[in-house]
Design a protein around this ligand. Structure first.
Ligand SMILES: Cc1ncc(C[n+]2csc(CCOP(=O)(O)OP(=O)(O)O)c2C)c(N)n1
Ligand SMILES: [Mg+2]
Length: 300
C-alpha cells in the first residue's frame, strides 16, 4: 500500500520547517560538491516541501507504486532541491546528499531517471519535461487511467525553448488535464533577468492563448501552492499551469534576487555583496537556522 502524504496532512508550519531543512541540505550538498546551482533550488524549496509532503500521492518505500502521481523536473539543473526533498521524505539516507555530483554517485548534477529510484525523468537539456509529461499522459489515457496527476516543474528562462510550446499545443489539443505545469517564475536565468535576456510577459496571456488554464500564485507561500494544486486537480476542461512567483536564492540574504547565483555554489563565488568564500556556507546556514527559529515563533 502506498503512502499518501495528503491523507496525513502536516500543518503549514511543519511544511515550512521542512522547506527550511531542505534549504540547509541544498547549501550543505552544494558546498560539498564544489559546483552546482544555488538560486533556483533555494527558491523552489517551498514548492518541493509542499509537493513531497502534502500534494503528491507517492510512497518513498515503494517508488514504483502503480497508483503514484508523477513529478517531472524539466529544469534539471535545479535537482538539488529534489534530492533534498526526497532524502527528507525517506527515499534514501540524508548522508547520501554528500555525494551530489561525485563520480559514480546516484545524485548527478542533473537527474538521471535510471540511477535513482523515485526520479521519473532524466533532464538537463532544457525544454523536454512538458513533452515527457504529454507522453505519459497520453499513455495513461490509452490505459483509461484518470486519477493520477503529472506535475511538471519548469523554469521561466526554460520557457525560451520552442519545444515547450510545441508540447503546450499538443497538451491542449488532446485536453491532457491531468498535467499540472508549475513554472518557477523567479525572473532570473543563466545570464541575467528573464525580461532582459528574452522577455516572457505577458506570460499568463501566452499560456492562455495556447489553450491552458492559468493559476497565478506566490510560490514561496506553501498554503497557496497546496490550494493551487487542489484547484488544478478539479479543472477538467484544459491542462493547467501554475505560474509560481518565487524569490531566487530565497532564505539566504546575499543570494536573493541575484542572477549571479544561478549556477554558483557557496564557497566559490566572488559575487558582489557575498561574504568571503570560506564563510559563505557558514553564513547561509546560520541565517537559515535563525529563520527556522522565526518560523517556529510565528506559529507558536
Ligand atoms: C537546451 C539547453 N540550452 C541551454 C542550457 C543551459 N542552461 C542551463 S540553465 C539555463 C537557464 C535557465 O533559466 P531558468 O529555467 O529560469 O533557471 P534559473 O536560473 O531560474 O534556475 C540555461 C540557459 C541547457 N541546460 N539546455
Ligand atoms: Mg528562472
Amino acid at each position: 500500500m502506498g503512502k499518501n502524504y495528503t491523507a496525513s496532512k502536516l500543518s503549514i508550519d511543519k511544511l515550512e520547517l521542512i522547506a527550511n531543512d531542505i534549504r540547509q541540505d541544498i547549501i550543505k550538498s552544494l558546498e560539498e560538491a564544489g559546483s552546482g546551482h544555488s538560486a533556483g533550488p533555494l527558491g523552489l524549496a517551498d514548492i518541493f516541501s509542499a509537493l513531497y509532503f502534502d500534494i503528491l500521492k507517492h510512497d518513498p518505500e515503494n517508488p514504483n507504486w502503480e497508483e503514484r502521481d508523477i513529478l517531472l523536473l524539466s529544469n534539471g539543473h535545479c535537482v538539488p532541491v529534489q534530492y533534498a526533498a526526497m532524502a527528507n521524505a525517506g527515499y534514501f539516507p540524508k548522508d547520501e546528499l554528500k555525494t551530489l555530483r561525485k563520480f559514480k554517485s546516484r545524485l548527478q548534477g542533473h537527474p538521471e531517471r535510471e540511477k535513482l529510484p523515485g526520479l521519473e525523468n532524466t533532464s538537463g537539456p532544457l525544454g523536454c519535461g512538458l513533452s515527457q509529461a504529454a507522453g505519459i499522459s497520453l499513455s495513461m489515457k490509452m490505459d483509461k487511467v484518470s486519477h493520477r496527476w503529472i506535475y511538471t516543474v519548469m523554469g521561466d528562462g526554460e520557457l525560451n525553448e520552442g519545444n515547450i510550446w510545441e508540447a503546450a499545443m499538443l497538451c491542449s489539443k488532446y485536453n491532457l488535464h491531468n498535467i499540472i505545469g508549475i513554472v518557477d517564475r523567479n525572473n532570473i536565468q543563466i545570464d541575467g533577468t528573464t525580461e532582459h535576456v528574452m522577455p516572457l510577459e505577458d506570460l499568463k496571456a501566452k499560456w492562455e492563448s495556447f489553450g491552458w488554464h492559468v493559476i497565478d500564485i506566490d510560490g514561496n507561500d506553501i498554503e497557496a501552492v497546496i490550494d493551487a494544486c487542489s484547484m488544478a486537480r478539479a479543472i477538467v476542461e484544459k491542462p493547467i499551469v501554475i505560474i509560481a512567483h518565487t524569490v531566487p536564492g530565497k532564505g539566504v540574504d546575499y543570494m536573493e534576487y541575484d542572477y549571479h547565483w544561478h549556477g554558483m555554489p557557496v564557497g566559490l563565488s566572488d559575487v558582489a555583496g557575498a561574504p568571503p568564500k570560506n564563510e559563505q556556507a557558514k553564513v547561509a546556514l546560520k541565517e537559515l537556522r535563525t529563520l527556522r527559529g522565526k518560523i517556529r515563533n510565528e506559529h507558536e
